[in-house]
Design a protein around this ligand. Structure first.
Ligand code: HEC
Ligand code: HEC
Ligand code: HEC
Length: 354
């Protein structure tokens, strides 16, 4: 018995070497293998999810860009409302489940774990960047809406009103349609978590697009479109959005006291905390055109960016280290104030562009 056991590893190795184990996907797993793999997957997700810190509420602000990302990064395997899974996906082993049905079985922390880290040996990929969690939570918020989402709402969230552009846009019009799915054709952003890019400095837009494509600015949602488009279109897209009129709607309803404190920080900084005056770099007509303008930018978007800068997770252009040290000592309350202040401003229409 002992001798037989001692030889077991050798027997398994030889069986493997002569190709005894069928790795084909066509015949499915043995029942016991299937049971074991599923059991192992569910147990591991449950256990690792214990370490996940769940936010107080899911970021429903981010459902639109998450739907836009889902259309490119997930629907190819899982299908979507009004888009059944393709026969190619159905022939995978294991099959990617229809998520409208599957998500009900998982807690928020478990969905987060699945979407951020993927599942080994199944084809379920990890999120394109491991550097930040807010985008993954936006995806969890989207997944929670899936079971009650009809095809028309999904189509609107994921593609907007236009015709869905090809997934590898080559022509300028198609690349523009790809961006408009999330940014809107007016460049004002289709959700509060999407930045206003209309009227933003062209040099900053172009440098940011390159930073996303090269993963120097981590974002799963922006990496997919910047890698998909023809690189020759980047300059034209930056020029196009920079020339659109910036936001000009009614001024935000932020609390006046909060906004005033934001203005104070913007003009004078916080000398005791060594926070520099924001307008030193972000104000005035002679600012470096590679620095972004903040007037009229969405407060929710700026809040996320400032937290990412503070945590050293934002990345960006070759100037991003300047901003990282400016944000290092901002408290959550400081961040809320400056975001409220800048979002309530309206840029002077005549001087947009560098
Ligand atoms: C290349 C195909 C593929 C892509 C792309 C893909 N998945 Fe999956 N996904 C799978 C497979 C296969 C499974 C089943 C894993 C298993 O059963 O162990 C799965 C499982 C899941 C699960 C767990 C559901 C369950 O009950 O098993 C979730 C949630 C999920 N995927 C979400 C996503 C999201 C969100 C995206 C896009 C960011 C995505 N997937 C992209 C193939 C894919
Ligand atoms: C799936 C939705 C989606 C698509 C498609 C998309 N974007 Fe974005 N975009 C976002 C989100 C979300 C952010 C914020 C990302 C972050 O936190 O860094 C963003 C950020 C940006 C920024 C940075 C702006 C700033 O103020 O720093 C630029 C520039 C940009 N997008 C341009 C584009 C262009 C050009 C395209 C088309 C090639 C495009 N986007 C396609 C969702 C999208
Ligand atoms: C020393 C110059 C400098 C100072 C001071 C500065 N910033 Fe910045 N800021 C930058 C640069 C450069 C970027 C662009 C970083 C990148 O993407 O490479 C930036 C980016 C930002 C962004 C992201 C904008 C976007 O569209 O993504 C926000 C928000 C921001 N700054 C807010 C502030 C606030 C608030 C302060 C004051 C507390 C401040 N900045 C002070 C240089 C500065």
């Amino acid at each position: 018995m002992a001798i037989a056991l001692a030889f077991l590893p050798v027997v398994v190795l030889v069986a493997t070497w002569i190709g005894f184990f069928n790795v084909g996907a066509s015949t499915g797993h043995w029942k016991i293998t299937e049971w074991f793999l599923h059991f192992a997957m569910r147990s591991a997700v449950r256990t690792y999810a214990l370490a996940v810190e769940v936010p107080d509420r899911l970021p429903h602000d981010g459902v639109q860009p998450a739907a836009g990302h889902f259309a490119r990064g997930c629907a190819i395997c899982h299908g979507a409302p009004g888009e059944p899974r393709s026969p190619a996906a159905l022939a995978m082993l294991p099959q990617p489940p229809d998520l409208a049905q599957a998500v009900g079985e998982w807690e928020d922390a478990e969905l987060f774990r699945l979407v951020k880290h993927g599942v080994r040996f199944t084809g379920m990929p990890a999120w394109p960047t491991q550097a930040r969690d807010d985008e993954v939570w936006a995806m969890v918020a989207f997944l929670r809406e899936l079971p009650t989402m009809d095809a028309a709402r999904y189509r609107d969230l994921a593609y907007g009103s236009g015709r869905p552009p090809p997934s590898r846009p080559v022509r300028f019009e198609d690349a523009l349609a790809e961006c408009s799915r999330c940014h809107g054709s007016d460049g004002l952003g289709r959700s509060p978590s999407t930045p206003v890019i209309a009227g933003q400095n062209e040099a900053y837009l172009l440098a940011s697009l390159r930073a996303y494509a090269e993963a120097r600015r981590p974002s799963g949602m922006m990496q997919l479109p910047t890698v998909a488009i023809d690189p020759a279109q980047m300059q034209a897209l930056a020029k196009h959005f920079a020339a659109l009129p910036p936001r000009n709607d009614s001024v935000s309803t932020a609390d006046a006291k909060v906004s005033r404190r934001g203005e104070e920080i913007a003009r004078r900084g916080l000398p005791l905390q060594k926070v520099p005056a924001c307008l030193g770099c972000h104000g005035g007509p002679d600012r470096n055109p590679a620095y972004p303008r903040l007037e009229g930018q969405s407060a929710a978007y700026m809040t996320t960016q400032l937290r990412l800068f503070r945590n050293g997770q934002r990345g960006g252009t070759r100037f991003s280290h300047l901003m990282e040290s400016a944000a290092k000592r901002l408290s959550d309350a400081d961040i809320a104030s400056v975001a409220a202040f800048f979002s309530s401003l309206r840029p002077p229409v005549a001087t947009h562009g560098p």
